[in-house]
Design a protein around this ligand. Structure first.
Ligand SMILES: C[S@@+](CC[C@H](N)C(=O)[O-])C[C@H]1O[C@@H](n2cnc3c(N)ncnc32)[C@H](O)[C@@H]1O
Length: 237
C-alpha cells in the first residue's frame, strides 16, 4: 500500500534533495587528498599492506602511532629517531593534515606517513610482523558503561598488536583513563607480551621508557597535576 505523505511534510528522497540543503564542506577533506605522499587517504592505504618498506624506499623498522591528534608526538619522535620510519593513524581530516604538516616542519617528512584510517581495522593495513612498535597515547576513554564498545584497549586489540609487531618489538600506552591501563594489563596473560615497566603517574614518577615525549593531551593532564598512566610492553617470541 502506498502511503501518502502528510500535507505538512513534503517527501524528499534524501536530505540533499531539500531546497534548503547546504552541502557540508570540510575543506580538509580535499586538502588531505591533495596533500602528497606524506598523507595517505583511506582508499589508498590498504594497498600498502605488507609493502610499507617500499613506500618508504628503505627497510628500516616501522613504528605505528594510533590517534595522532595534533601530531606533536609523531613529529618530535620522528625527528629524534631518523633510524625509524613512522606510520601515524588518525580518523579526522584536519588532524591528518595538521600532523603531516608538523612532520614536514620537523624535517621528518620522508620518514612519516600520516594515514587517515580507523584503528579498529589494523589488519587491513599491516601484515603479520610488519611493525617494530606501536604507540598509543590518550585514546578516547569512552568512560560510561554503554560507550565501552567504542574503546580501543580490549583483548582483541592486544592480540592484533601481537600479530602485527615482530618479536622483540614494543607497545607503549599512555592514558589518563585508568580503565585503559587496567584493561591492557588484564589482557596480557596468554599473549606474547611482556611488561617492561609501568607508571601510575608519569609526571610525578617518570615514564617507564627513557625517551618520553609529552603529547598534546598529556600536557593538559600535567597542567592539572592529574595522573597519566603508562605501560611498556615487549613482544616475546
Ligand atoms: C584524545 S585524542 C589524543 C591525541 C594524541 N594522541 C595526544 O595524546 O595528544 C584521541 C585521538 O584519536 C583519534 N581517533 C579517535 N577514534 C579513532 C579511530 N577509530 N581511528 C583513528 N583515530 C581515532 C581522535 O580523532 C583524536 O585525535
Amino acid at each position: 500500500m502506498n502511503r501518502r505523505p502528510a500535507a505538512h511534510a513534503p517527501a524528499f528522497a534524501t536530505r540533499a534533495d531539500r531546497p534548503d540543503h547546504r552541502p557540508e564542506v570540510n575543506p580538509y577533506r580535499d586538502a588531505h587528498r591533495l596533500y602528497g605522499p606524506g598523507l595517505v587517504p583511506a582508499e589508498d592505504a590498504p594497498r600498502w599492506r605488507g609493502h610499507w618498506h617500499e613506500n618508504f624506499g628503505r627497510s628500516a623498522p616501522i613504528h605505528l602511532e594510533l590517534g595522532l591528534g595534533n601530531g606533536h608526538h609523531l613529529a618530535a619522535r620522528a625527528a629524534a629517531h631518523p633510524e625509524i620510519d613512522f606510520v601515524g593513524l588518525e580518523i579526522r581530516y584536519k588532524r591528518c593534515v595538521v600532523a603531516a604538516e608538523r612532520a614536514r616542519a620537523a624535517g621528518a617528512e620522508a620518514r612519516v606517513r600520516v594515514v587517515r584510517y580507523s584503528w579498529f581495522s589494523l589488519d587491513d593495513l599491516f601484515a603479520e610482523g610488519e611493525l617494530s612498535g606501536i604507540h598509543v597515547y590518550h585514546p578516547d576513554p569512552w568512560e560510561r558503561g554503554r560507550q565501552a564498545k567504542h574503546r580501543l584497549i580490549e583483548p582483541g586489540f592486544v592480540l592484533a598488536a601481537a600479530r602485527l609487531v615482530a618479536p622483540g618489538g614494543e607497545l607503549r600506552l599512555k592514558t589518563d583513563f585508568k580503565g585503559h591501563f587496567d584493561a591492557l594489563l588484564a589482557a596480557l596473560p596468554g599473549t606474547p607480551w611482556q611488561v617492561m615497566g609501568a607508571s601510575l603517574h608519569v609526571a610525578r614518577d617518570g615514564a617507564p621508557w627513557p625517551d618520553d615525549i609529552v603529547t598534546g593531551y598529556q600536557a593538559k593532564f600535567n597542567e592539572k597535576a592529574l595522573p597519566v598512566y603508562a605501560a611498556w610492553l615487549r613482544r616475546g617470541t
